[in-house]
Design a protein around this ligand. Structure first.
Ligand code: DGY
Length: 434
């Protein structure tokens, strides 16, 4: 890593050290006291450069929460920690025959970036023998996780997996507004609950109560279905084929195929799934008029006309061809997101020209470091090096001037959500190692 950034590196390591519990890393002390799935994958990517053993431990602990049907839960609860809603009890996952009995988990998932993280750890490992042993240890678990997605989340074998809760992708992104509004809940359908997040973070920077009612409703809906995926699929009011999730699933399968090759296992199923997903995204999620990929609402079969920074993530998985990538790039490099010559921070999470853009509210406008890290790599894959460097510099400036926040106002750079946020620190370490 570069010497001129020695102080920044030191601070990033301190953030991770503060959030390390001995077996996993909390995303942030203020809002997130348990282990989160995609947070841990991004955190492991950062550890890979400085602490191989901890990178491995992070993923090993996470997979202790895996269900016997392969589902990798979005939260593995720390039974000692309090101060988070929804708590373990609220999920009622014991209604599923597949949920682990010894560990406390939620009953939804997060984007499958774990195979990508695992391969990254292997590629940066100092101890190659240990790294290969870790690949072999994790391979069956990763295979079960991807098999779960293939089997349960793509029941028509389209190549596209669906999400069934906004927390499986971008929480309160405007993408879901129409669907959530359609879910008209009678007062007696709204479960009793108390939010904890808005006690420590300004409510204007977090999702609204109306959104939380629907998040909580969906959790109780899954419990009422006993977490039976077929029952959920047949009547869940929120079912979306999401660009972000499918992009990471596609790249995850490419990376799992590579892991299989390293181990002398059969890479074919993962290669085929990756190609099937890429083809299906090009066929079904590409919107020719807008020049980018859009989510599909499975209730209507229509594209959701909302463009977010995640709409560009097919670049990360090498999905668009050259002409499509150029159209996407032109949209990214426009007043809707962030032009190369501008002085604002790249890249806001939502289209700035849309009336729904809110620069301070969670996933409705702020800059997030994980999406920018994915975009950085996606743009490099398509030789858009100048823009990739622009993103890298934005991340460095944000952290240097404003601290290791969860998300940032793209205009002022002000940090919001929890301070000392782990994936911000971890991905900064990775960007500095490049
Ligand atoms: C939260 O609590 O805001 C998370 O994003 C959901 O897991």
């Amino acid at each position: 890593m570069q010497r001129e950034h020695a102080q920044l590196i030191q601070q990033a390591l301190e953030v991770l050290e503060k959030n390390w519990t001995g077996t996993f890393t909390r995303p942030g002390v203020l809002l997130y006291p348990h282990q989160w799935s995609w947070d841990s994958a991004f955190i492991a990517i950062g550890y890979a450069h400085c602490n191989q053993a901890r990178a491995e431990q992070e993923l090993r602990t996470l997979f202790e929460g895996q269900w016997s049907n392969g589902l990798l839960p979005h939260i593995l609860f720390d039974p000692q920690a309090t101060g988070y809603f929804p708590s373990f009890a609220f999920w009622e996952v014991e209604r599923s025959p597949f949920a682990p009995r010894q560990r406390q988990t939620s009953g939804i998932v997060q984007p499958p970036v774990h195979a990508t993280a695992l391969l990254h750890i292997y590629r940066h490992a100092r101890d190659q023998v240990q790294a290969r042993a870790f690949l072999a240890e994790m391979f069956p678990r990763l295979r079960a996780w991807h098999l779960y997605l293939h089997r349960e989340r793509d029941p028509r074998n389209e190549g596209l997996v669906f999400i069934r809760h906004p927390w499986e992708s971008l929480d309160n992104s405007p993408i879901w507004d129409t669907i959530l509004r359609r879910m008209e809940l009678r007062p007696e359908e709204i479960p009793a609950y108390t939010r904890v997040d808005t006690q420590s973070v300004h409510p204007e920077y977090r999702p609204t109560d109306a959104e939380y009612d629907r998040y909580a409703y969906l959790v109780k809906f899954f419990a009422a279905c006993d977490y039976d995926e077929a029952r959920i699929y047949s009547s869940c009011p929120f079912l979306v084929q999401d660009v972000l999730f499918n992009s990471l699933y596609c790249q995850g399968n490419r990376d799992l195929a590579e892991i299989a090759r390293i181990l002398g296992e059969d890479p074919t199923p993962f290669e085929e799934w990756a190609e099937q997903t890429a083809a299906a995204m090009n066929r079904k999620l590409w919107n020719e008029e807008r020049g980018l990929y859009l989510d599909v609402d499975l209730a209507t079969g229509q594209h959701i006309a909302s463009s977010t920074s995640a709409s560009f993530l097919p670049l990360f998985a090498g999905i668009p061809d050259g002409p499509r990538a150029t159209r996407m790039y032109d949209y990214l490099n426009s007043p809707a997101f962030c032009q190369l010559a501008e002085t604002t921070y790249a890249v806001p999470s939502y289209d700035r020209q849309s009336p729904a853009f809110q620069p301070d509210r969670y996933w409705r406008g702020p800059v997030w470091i994980n999406i920018n890290w994915l975009l950085y790599h996606g743009l490099r894959r398509y030789d858009r090096h100048e823009y990739a460097q622009r993103i890298r510099q934005s991340v460095l400036d944000l952290v240097q001037k404003h601290g290791f926040y969860e998300y940032y106002n793209p205009l002022s750079g002000e940090g919001h959500g929890t301070p000392r946020f782990s994936w911000t620190a971890a991905l900064l370490l990775d960007l500095l190692s490049d």
